[in-house]
Design a protein around this ligand. Structure first.
Ligand code: HEM
Length: 496
């Protein structure tokens, strides 16, 4: 009977179990309504590990951050990528490229992940700085009718400029646009980007539903938006573009090596890369600039740092076509911006870290606390519980721009819980083998965006004492949460 209705009985040695009230669904509705509150209340009731049935899966939530290392150390019991490969195939609509089930190899995946953090990074960061500057100044020129302030929604502004710059930096520009800089070509490129932005928004809106397993065919507009986005990323089209990033050309090469993929599959794997590169970075950029503008001390400290860096790099903003360039070393040496970005992400990140177990085993947590875990169950942590824990971060809901630096502007890494130093106190990019390979790129991109904004413009929020837009909880579990509404800001070109 229990098996028929999908209810499990807790066996001796297993973590406390909640089957939930509804067969199959289990605790999904309560969890989905507010994961943080749900997990906090269950932690209070059951302690630092408990099992919840959610949409047919049995998920063991480990809530004690001192036990995160134990979970990561028990890596041999997990199939790290299984869930990720299957989710990507389901959401983006490509064939599965799980090495254990296809002609792809583990080595290909590793190679790609390494390239994103190694040799491919510097040229991409340099191109991004150039593209961001073109895009930002073009956007300004199109809006500016006088030397007065321009005002618009900050999220819309960050979204538009970061999207366009990332797209062009990753996937290159239309071939021959340099030899033939006619208006027609520029207009075609602008139309491609504007359409891509609209299609991306339409598709991204239903992303949580797709991850939850709802088929895309139910969402007609989002389905068509996904297909259109993928069509622009067909290898044949990409080959006609100029200055494609090494990451994208490597992905094209690896796709061509996987024998069972057709052209459509390949374009959808590129779409997965486009989504991963933007879905978190866009709201993270917004939150960074928003908090910066809302906190005068942060804006002053960041502006001082940007001007110091420009001076060190002998760079000056000008409108005569000479662009600002900053090396990776210059960008690395911006501790105030690092701290502001981290603090903004601490407040807005809500990702769920999961691993699927491939065998029955005993999970040994901190202080030798042992639990039996069954094959095919999921072990998870929800870092927001640490990010917003008042015992780890004093006043956890308040933005403190210098939370992650000491008085000498050195990175602060000493965060404690119950008198013990924590290793895992900041996890918006995930952990272990599934840690985001784009994390360095993301931080460089946001630093470039903020540096350029400060270098070229005077910037202010329209309503300096306005409320902070609430986080859109419908995306909890997926990464950096979006604001539920925009906030207006104004900007004006600095006197040159
Ligand atoms: C995976 C966060 C930016 C590429 C992930 C994961 C997280 C994450 C939490 C792991 C998901 C999991 O464990 O299931 C973020 C955040 C970003 C960001 C917070 C920005 C603020 C980027 C950028 C790129 C990127 C800029 C690339 C251009 C990827 C890829 C994966 C990934 C390819 C999948 C890795 C795999 O298959 O193992 N990201 N990411 N991310 N991210 Fe990011």
């Amino acid at each position: 009977f229990w098996l028929v209705v999908g209810i499990r009985k807790r066996e001796p040695g297993e973590p406390p179990l909640e089957n939930g009230l509804i067969p199959y669904v289990g605790c999904a509705l309560q969890y989905g309504a507010n994961p943080l509150e749900f997990l906090r209340s269950r932690e209070k009731k059951h302690g630092h590990i408990f099992t919840c049935k959610i949409a047919g899966n049995f998920i063991h939530f480990v809530t004690d951050p001192f036990s995160f290392s134990s979970v990561l150390r028990s890596g041999r019991h997990y199939d790290w990528q299984k869930f990720h490969y299957a989710t990507s195939a389901k959401v983006f609509g490509h064939s599965n490229v799980d090495p254990s089930e296809s002609s792809a190899t583990e080595d290909m995946h590793e190679k790609f992940m390494r390239a994103m953090q190694g040799e491919a990074l510097e040229p991409l960061v340099t191109t991004m700085m150039e593209t961001l500057q073109h895009t930002m100044l073009q956007h300004y020129t199109a809006k500016a009718t006088s030397k007065d302030w321009i005002s618009e929604g900050l999220y819309g502004f960050c979204y538009r400029l970061m999207f366009e710059s990332s797209y062009l930096s990753l996937f290159g520009k239309e071939l021959n646009s340099k030899q033939d800089p006619s208006n027609a070509r520029q207009e075609a490129e602008n139309a491609l980007i504007l359409n891509a932005i609209e299609n991306f928004k339409e598709f991204d809106k239903i992303f949580p539903a797709l991850v939850a397993g709802i088929p895309i065919h139910i969402f007609k507009n989002a389905h068509s938006a996904r297909e259109k986005l993928a069509k622009d990323l067909l290898h044949d089209k990409l080959k006609k573009r100029d200055n494609i990033s090494e990451i994208v050309s490597l992905r094209m090469f690896l796709n061509d090596c996987i024998t069972h993929l057709n052209d459509n599959d390949k374009s959808k794997i590129q779409l997965a890369l486009l989504w991963a590169s933007l879905a978190n970075t866009l709201p993270a950029t917004f939150w960074t600039v928003f908090h910066l503008l809302r906190c005068p001390k942060a804006l002053k400290a960041a502006s001082d740092e940007v001007h110091r860096t420009l001076e060190k790099a002998s760079q000056k903003p000008s409108l005569d076509g000479k662009l600002i360039t900053l090396s990776l070393q210059h960008l690395d040496d911006m501790p105030v911006l690092d701290s502001i970005i981290k603090e903004s992400m601490r407040l807005s990140s809500a990702s769920l870290n999961i691993r699927v177990t491939k065998e029955n085993f005993t999970l040994q947590l901190d202080k030798n606390d042992c639990y039996k875990i069954r094959k095919d169950d999921i072990v998870a942590f929800y870092p927001q519980m640490v990010h917003l824990d008042p015992d780890v971060y004093e006043d956890p809901l308040t933005f403190k721009y210098d939370r992650y630096i000491d008085e000498n502007l050195k990175e602060k890494t000493d965060f404690q819980l119950n008198g013990r130093k924590l290793k895992y106190y900041y996890l918006p990019f995930g952990t272990g083998k599934t840690k985001c390979p784009g994390r360095h790129l993301a931080v460089y991109e946001i630093k470039e965006f903020v540096s350029l904004l400060i270098a070229y413009f005077d910037i202010e929020l329209v309503d300096k004492n306005g409320k902070i837009p609430p986080l859109d909880q419908s995306r909890a579990g997926l990464g950096i949460l979006q604001p539920t509404h925009d906030a207006d800001f104004k900007y004006k070109l600095k006197a040159q």
